[in-house]
Design a protein around this ligand. Structure first.
Ligand SMILES: [Zn+2]
Length: 208
């Protein structure tokens, strides 16, 4: 019988390489660090991962990851908040963008997290972003008046907006929903993940 042996350091390195912004050298370095951590730290780390699997879920309306306080919660605190405007939907690429925009306290509508980027050249855009869920969200919210694209000011962000504008045009025209894009007070290349309050105010006012 052939027994396959996978070096745990190699497994750790490969797993860490799946994380955003981690290159092969950094992944290897972090694998060594993890392997040397004391048992107490490692136990906490493993428990946190297991807890995240049990308690962190996608909101069924906006696809934002949130921690459930009760097992039957399906909506995140933002979607549950009756004081927020249901007529504006801000579309972002990832959870970190949503969280940072929330920190500015400027936007009072609802969100949708795409979970990635796509482009007009993509063969399978539905594999790259939560496309059918976004369509469902637009169709189901009867009082939705405006969709604001809040993608980062880089090639991926621009391509995603171009794709979505074309893809959603017919539906939005039929439902009388305006599509706009966050004003480019955000300079080229700026990630929404790092946007500050003043820039967000300017970007929202300058949308068009
Ligand atoms: Zn939500």
């Amino acid at each position: 019988m052939v027994v396959f042996f996978m070096d745990p350091l190699t497994t750790l390195t490969e797993l860490l390489r799946d994380l955003p912004g981690i290159g092969p050298r950094q992944a290897r370095r972090s694998a060594f660090v993890l392997a040397q951590k004391n048992p107490h730290w490692r136990k906490k780390f493993i428990t946190a991962l297991i807890d995240a699997e049990k308690k962190v879920h996608f909101c069924k309306e906006c696809m934002h990851l949130f921690t459930r306080k009760r097992d039957d919660e399906t909506l995140c605190p933002i979607c549950r908040d009756i004081h927020r405007d249901d007529d504006t939907l801000l579309i972002v690429e990832k959870d970190a963008d949503l969280e940072n925009i929330e920190k500015t306290g400027v936007f009072q509508g609802k969100y949708f997290v795409l979970g990635g980027t796509t482009s007009p050249r993509s063969k399978k855009p539905e594999k790259e972003i939560h496309l059918s869920l976004l369509e469902k969200r637009i169709e189901e919210k009867k009082n939705l008046k405006e969709i604001i694209f809040a993608l980062s000011a880089n090639t991926e962000g621009d391509d995603t907006v171009r794709f979505l504008r074309t893809y959603l045009e017919e539906k939005c025209t039929a439902l009388e929903i305006k599509m706009s894009i966050l004003g480019r007070g955000i300079s080229t290349g700026t990630e929404l993940e790092y946007i500050d309050t003043d820039t967000m105010i300017y970007a929202l006012k300058g949308r068009g």
